[in-house]
Every structure is written in structure tokens, then in C-alpha cells.
Design a binder for this molecule. Structure first.
Ligand code: FDA
Length: 507
């Protein structure tokens, strides 16, 4: 495999003949830094001491600009990092830990959503945020919705490439389970406008096999799902004095077995459990179901809020502010504050933890930093999809997913070296006996470089190094992903610290 010899000047020169100059920003431009940080949601990546910034940021407004970036990149030894919403938990869409010359392709300007209410489908450009998608669907097709994540500022491109879980997944599966077609620019710069052009294995791989490995997805065609005129959102918080530990212990087996149209997730933080629930129907029905199946929660109709599905997707993020703010607040995707320093890890649970274990978790000393566990119930539709139908393998038998999140404050000045406080790693170590093993599974969209990073040998990421983290995200599907990679990008042009490596016979 030829190692890419890079020439930054030749790359920029090549781009200048095919992409309008105002769409290519280099560090000398005053707009470069604001654009680079515009979608960063984690203060860890604002001015990291070790990671390298890009040579330039390209902001395509047309598929041909994406193709040009790939062709010029290959010709002149410059790699690309693709950014849709910029929420990658390890900043891989815009920073590199490696001494490689790379450009960022920021897709924010490719964010159109075209809804077909009659067909109950939508084409969404991958630079759109989940909030933009929800807004377009809710406005154009009341009665339809889409099952993706909770936070509206996340990008479609990254999230749908790696799964996309939210409170409708028990009814309808992940966002990636509802992708019915796509268009992509491949590793040679060819535009493959649909699944027929890309072939079965590539179309399989891009629906859950993680972003940044197989090509640049320009748009996805989605199957929209039915939502009733009113849904019910319900939030109940329990302290330890109100038997939060017992309630969470019970929740572990109750939540995955509830009717598919009812999801209850839990946020455990500071000795409290906040139960957040979405029901695709009216308040009276969900109160009666939960009183019957989960009396420990003690819900009453006063805990309910009935609203349209579109109001709900705004409410769960913006809260009561939506009473006084128009719903187009969902479109304000690039104007959010950066937020604190963050580190995320994840686990899957197949066997309920004991009450004692939960007691220990609730009373864990968290020190100066804050930590939380977000528990997302599986079951329902999630358990009915076979492990190999899509690259996402965490299906039948999974009770719930855990996301550990640690927040802390630090200094975002240049050369920041703030290291992750202890809570998250000691908690993660403590949890080892209670979660899935061999391998200990993790959710690809909660990217975690502590699970392992690729080694590059002879210009190509090795399968052996990728397997270490890859089987944790993708189980037995990792090998098939690596075979697909060999087929579509054997020289490993699209790569990062945790991209799927090509499965070669020698390494
Ligand atoms: P970003 O642009 O950083 O891309 C992530 C990865 O995908 C990178 O490797 C990137 O190169 C690649 N990529 C991006 N666009 C691509 C494209 N068009 N083609 C090919 N590759 C592409 N998850 C979830 O399932 N449910 C949830 O509710 C949430 N909530 C949530 C909230 C917050 C605040 C954060 C920070 C994260 C989440 N997530 C989540 C996780 C989220 O789904 C995950 O980080 C996604 O990868 C982010 O996608 P973006 O496009 O925003 O990221």
C-alpha cells in the first residue's frame, strides 16, 4: 500500500479549481477558529494540548465539492475528517491525535430535509441536525415522526451512521433501523446516489457501523413512523429517602417488558433518580399502565404532560421554555454554548443488578466532578431485530444501555491539559462484573478511545488493533464491517483513531 505523501499547497491549489474559495477556510482566516469551535460541545476539545487542528475547513454546498475534496485529498496526501453535527465524544470529526495532515469537511450547509407525507418517507442531508429533521417532519407531516436521539443539536450524519437511540426505539428501533436508502461519496470520490449503486454490503455497513470509515454520507432516506395526535411525557424524580434505589432495581426488569409504545429511561445523579417517560398515547392510559406494572414510581396524572410529538422533542431538551418559545427553537443548531468538560463511557446490561449494587452506585463519592448514569431500556422492537441485520448487535437479551457521563470544569486556554477526574473510571471498573462480558460491550455512538485505538502499519490501520475496540461496539459484525472496508476503501483513506480497518489476510 503506498503511504500518502502529503502536499498541503497542492491540495489547496487543487481545491481552488473546483470549490469556490469562500467555502475553504484556512487558519489565517478570522472565521476559521469560530467555525472550528462552532459545533464543539465538549470543552475538552476547544484547545487540547496534543491534538492537531486541520489544514483547512471545507464547507461544501454541493455534492461536487465533497467529491472534489476526496479526489484532491487522495491526489495530494491530505486526509479528510467529516463533520456533521460535531458531537463526536472524542472530537474525531475535527481533531487528530496523529501527525497526519488533514482537512475538515463540515457538512453543516448540506442540511435540507425533504418530507413526503404521502409515502411517509423523508430524504435528509447528513449535515442537518436531528432537531432540524424533527421540525421538518413535524411541520410537514403531523401524524408522523422519527425515532432518533434526544438531543436536537446532534448531527444526522454521525448519529445515524452509528445507530441513534431515543425514547421511541422500543416501538420502532434505532434511527439506523429506519434508513431505507442513502447517497454517499466513496473513497475514490465517486457519487453513489442510492443503495443499488453502493451494493448490499456498503449499504449494510453505513446503517450502524459508525461514521468516518466507509465514505461520506450525503443523505439518508428515512421511513417515517406513525405518532398519535397527542403523546404523553412524564417525569418523576425520586431521592434515596423516597426509595430511589428500590425503584431503579425494579425498573431494570420492568422497563424492558413494558408495552412497546411506552419507554421509561432513568438518569441517576447525586443520589437521585429521574425517570423520564414517553408514551405514544394519552395520560390516563399511561398512568394506569404504570400504576399496575410499576407502582413503586407512584405516578399520578399530575406528572403527565400531553402534547404533540413535535412539542415533546422540543420539551425534553428545552423544558418549560417551549411554552413561551416557538418550536423553531429546534433549528438553532449552531448557537449552543460549548458546555463543560465531558467524558463518556458505556455498557450493556443483560442481568439485573442487585439492590445492594445500586445502593453502592447511588452513594458513590463523586468528589469535585459530577457524574451521572443514563439508563436506556431496550426490549420491544430492539429485541426483535436480529444481531446481524444491521451492524448494531446489542439486541435480544439486552435489558438496558448505560451511559456514564462525567462533567467537570477546566481551563479551555490554549494547551489545555485537563485530565479526566477519577469518578468515571473507578465507576466503570466497579461495574465490570455486572455488565456484558467477553467482550464487554459498548455503544458505538458513545465513542470511547479508552477502549482502544488503531495502530497503523505500512499505511493501513491493522485489523488486530481495531478488533480490540471494534468487537465491543459491533460484536460478531465487526469482521463483516472490516471485510466491507477492504472492498470499498482497501488503502484506508477514510480513517481515524477508531475507524473500521480493512480486513487483510496478512495483518
Ligand atoms: P460528528 O460530526 O462529530 O461525527 C461523528 C462521527 O461520524 C465522526 O467520526 C465523523 O467523522 C463521522 N461522520 C459525521 N458525519 C458523517 C457523514 N456524513 N458520513 C460519514 N461519516 C460521518 N446518541 C444517541 O444515540 N442518542 C442520543 O440521545 C444522543 N444524545 C447525545 C447528546 C449529546 C449532547 C452528545 C454530545 C451526543 C449524543 N449522542 C446520542 C451521541 C451521538 O449520537 C454521537 O456522538 C454521534 O456520532 C454524533 O453525530 P454528529 O454528526 O453530531 O457528530
Amino acid at each position: 500500500v503506498p503511504v500518502l505523501a502529503s502536499s498541503s499547497d497542492d491540495f489547496l491549489q487543487c481545491l481552488s479549481t473546483q470549490v469556490p474559495s469562500q467555502l475553504v477556510l484556512t487558519p489565517t482566516s478570522p472565521s476559521f477558529k469560530p467555525l472550528l469551535v462552532s459545533s464543539i460541545r465538549n470543552a475538552r476539545f476547544v484547545a487540547p494540548a496534543t491534538a492537531r487542528p486541520p489544514l483547512c475547513i471545507v464547507t461544501p454546498t454541493d455534492a461536487s465539492h465533497v467529491q472534489a475534496a476526496v479526489r484532491c485529498g487522495r491526489a495530494h496526501g491530505v486526509r479528510l475528517r467529516v463533520r456533521s453535527g460535531g458531537h463526536d465524544n472524542e472530537g474525531l470529526s475535527y481533531l487528530s491525535q496523529r501527525p497526519e495532515v488533514f482537512a475538515v469537511l463540515d457538512l453543516a450547509k448540506l442540511h435540507a430535509v425533504r418530507v413526503d407525507p404521502r409515502e411517509a418517507t423523508a430524504w435528509v442531508d447528513s449535515g442537518a441536525t436531528v432537531g432540524e429533521l424533527y421540525y421538518a417532519v413535524g411541520k410537514a407531516a403531523p401524524g408522523l415522526g422519527f425515532p432518533a436521539g434526544v438531543c436536537p443539536t446532534v448531527g444526522v450524519g454521525g448519529q445515524f451512521s452509528g445507530g441513534g437511540q431515543g425514547l421511541m426505539m422500543r416501538m420502532y428501533g434505532l434511527a439506523s433501523d429506519n434508513i431505507i436508502d442513502a447517497s454517499i461519496v466513496d473513497a475514490h470520490g465517486n457519487l453513489l446516489p442510492n443503495k443499488k449503486a453502493m451494493g448490499d454490503s456498503l449499504f449494510w455497513a453505513i446503517r450502524g457501523g459508525g461514521g468516518g470509515s466507509f465514505g461520506i454520507v450525503l443523505s439518508f432516506k428515512l421511513r417515517l413512523v406513525a405518532v398519535p395526535p397527542k403523546v404523553t411525557y412524564l417525569s418523576v424524580t425520586k431521592t434515596m429517602e423516597q426509595d430511589a434505589v428500590d425503584a431503579v432495581t425494579k425498573w431494570q426488569t420492568v422497563a424492558p417488558a413494558l408495552p412497546d409504545d411506552l419507554s421509561v429511561r432513568v438518569v441517576v445523579q447525586q443520589r437521585q433518580a429521574n425517570f423520564q417517560s414517553l408514551y405514544l398515547g394519552r395520560c390516563s392510559q399511561v398512568v394506569s399502565t404504570l400504576r399496575d406494572r410499576f407502582p413503586e414510581l407512584g405516578v399520578t396524572s399530575a406528572d403527565c404532560r400531553e402534547m404533540t410529538w413535535l412539542q415533546y422533542v422540543a420539551y425534553i431538551f428545552f423544558g418549560d421554555a417551549i411554552d413561551t418559545t416557538p418550536l423553531d427553537v429546534l433549528l438553532l443548531n449552531r448557537t449552543m454554548p460549548i458546555g463543560p468538560f465531558l467524558k463518556n463511557r458505556s455498557d450493556y446490561v443483560k442481568k439485573a443488578l442487585t439492590n445492594n449494587t445500586w445502593h453502592k452506585i447511588f452513594t458513590w463519592p463523586s468528589g469535585a466532578a459530577q457524574g451521572e448514569l443514563i439508563l436506556e431500556p431496550h426490549g420491544g422492537r430492539m429485541a426483535k431485530i436480529a444481531d446481524g441485520d444491521t451492524p448494531f448487535p446489542h439486541r435480544s437479551g439486552v435489558l438496558y444501555n448505560i451511559q456514564y457521563v462525567q462533567f467537570w470544569n477546566g481551563n479551555t486556554a490554549a494547551g489545555n491539559t485537563s485530565s479526566t477526574p477519577d469518578w468515571i473510571n473507578t465507576m466503570y471498573d466497579y461495574m465490570a462484573p455486572f455488565v456484558t462480558k467477553n467482550p464487554r460491550a459498548a455503544y458505538a455512538n458513545y465513542r470511547d478511545l479508552d477502549l482502544g485505538v488503531n495502530k497503523v502499519v505500512g499505511g493501513v490501520s491493522t485489523y488486530k488493533s481495531g478488533k480490540v475496540w471494534g468487537e465491543r461496539y459491533f460484536g460478531g459484525n465487526f469482521r463483516r464491517l472490516a471485510m466491507t472496508k477492504r472492498k470499498v476503501d482497501p488503502t484506508d483513506y477514510f480513517r481515524n483513531e477508531q475507524s473500521v480497518p480493512p480486513l487483510t489476510l496478512i495483518r
